[in-house]
Design a protein around this ligand. Structure first.
Ligand code: NAI
Length: 393
């Protein structure tokens, strides 16, 4: 099949298998070009197929030479429709890991479920004995808890209507967008889905099964961002869920003295999860422009490589006053934020292409789905039914 991008606002409904492989291979090459300190040897990555979780799996495997088990919720191809990008990414990851003699197995299913937790525990027990690193990098729209209740996550404010400039992803025009305040149920739902409850469930399950190594590290990712986006992010429903996640890190460390739980506050980057947040994509496009000009721009792989090499695997991890690791240090530099705000004031549909890095935004967007790589021939027929080796066993 010849696969072309089919973009609908913030999502692309097709993915290119060869392009996704290229995306993964580029990240692997970047990691192989760096020298990593001694690190984890057996890692479980929950949410391992795209974005920050995929970058984390690549760092663990190709930076630290760790065996990895990756958990994801992706769709294979049905012969007519392509698979989701995370499916192709995982197939490419496992192929590259096998070529380097690295253990890599994946579980495709709902990480919130007991069934997937049990499958992961069985696999760890059978193949690895224990894991010394657990990365919790889920970004999900909903979660069904053990009692059968389904909670939905929403991206709303927690108090009043918030109106700001926004990039219309259909036509690249700037318009005003209003975000409504949440209901109490929506706030509760977001905390249930994106807060720390399931992270705690995972650590409890792994610990009581005896598959967590002594002094195992577990880490989850958060975001703060600039005051401009506080109403929709930091003070919004998602920010409340992230506060819960941060609180959970402390609860995990207190409950399981042999486990070290950390929060890393990461940089804003285009991923499938973040493209869906209103108002934020315009901030991203301006941020990319400013950080590229100042030479501090990083993608997911550069962020996580720096997290591993400069923070997490150091003898003394640098924490902020609230005990978090800050990978958003470059994003929140005064020189960056002052410039971003200056541009924010001036930006309009007429000047958006010059004042922001809208091309960079879209390039990252297309790359996520395996498109727009200059060394991939998109006119060629490709096999869309790619299998993930460990799932085909
Ligand atoms: P993403 O959408 O690229 O990745 C989400 C991952 O979760 C995928 O591997 C997907 O398969 C998996 N997943 C989703 N639902 C699942 C389920 N029910 N069961 C199993 N796997 C499931 O998202 P991204 O952006 O990498 O987000 C990961 C974490 O990083 C999130 O906690 C997010 O809030 C955080 N973060 C993201 C930032 C950004 O700008 N993208 C900035 C800072 C933190």
């Amino acid at each position: 099949m010849i696969v072309e991008p089919k973009v609908r606002e913030f999502i692309c409904t097709t993915a290119h298998p060869v392009g996704c492989q290229e995306n993964v291979n580029r990240q692997i090459s970047y990691i192989k070009s760096k020298s990593f300190p001694e690190g984890p040897k057996k890692a479980l990555i929950i949410g391992a197929s795209t974005g920050y979780g995929l970058a984390s799996r690549i760092c663990a495997a190709f930076g630290c030479h760790a065996a990895t088990i990756g958990i994801m919720f992706e769709k294979p191809s049905n012969g007519k429709r392509t698979a989701t990008p995370g499916w192709y990414n995982t197939a490419a990851f496992e192929k590259a890991a096998a070529a380097d003699g690295l253990y890599a197995k994946s579980i495709n299913g709902d990480a919130f479920s007991l069934d997937v937790k049990e499958k992961a525990i069985d696999l760890i027990r059978r193949d690895l004995g224990q894991v010394d690193l657990v990365i919790y990098s889920l970004a999900a729209p909903r979660r069904t808890t053990a009692d059968g209740t389904t909670y939905a996550s929403s991206l709303k404010t927690t108090n009043s209507v918030f109106t700001e400039k926004s990039l219309d992803l259909k036509n690249n025009e700037i318009s005003q967008k209003s975000v409504q305040p949440c209901t109490p149920e929506e706030l509760e739902g977001t905390i249930k889905v994106m807060g720390g409850e399931d992270w705690m469930d995972w650590i409890r399950a792994l610990s009581s099964a005896g598959v967590l190594a002594k002094d195992a590290i577990t880490i989850s990712y958060s975001y703060i961002g600039p005051e401009l986006t506080y109403p929709i992010y930091f003070d919004g429903t998602i920010g409340q869920a992230k506060r819960h996640l941060t609180k959970t890190a402390k609860e995990i460390s207190d409950t399981f003295p042999d486990v070290k739980a950390y929060i890393s506050v990461n940089k804003a980057l285009v991923t499938q999860a973040s493209s869906a947040i209103p108002i934020v994509p315009l901030y991203f496009a301006i941020l990319y422009k400013v950080m590229k000009e100042q030479g501090t721009h990083e993608g997911c792989i550069e962020q996580i490589a720096r997290l591993f090499c400069d923070k997490l695997l150091r003898d003394e991890i640098p924490f902020d006053s609230e005990g978090r690791i800050r990978m958003d240090d470059y994003e929140l530099q005064e020189s960056v934020q002052t410039k971003v705000m200056e541009i924010w004031e001036q930006i309009s549909s007429e000047n958006v292409t010059t004042l922001s890095d809208i091309d960079g935004y879209w390039e990252d967007f297309y790359h996520m789905f395996g498109f727009h790589f200059d060394n991939v021939d998109y006119t060629q027929d490709v096999d869309i039914e790619i299998s993930i080796p460990s799932l085909a066993e």
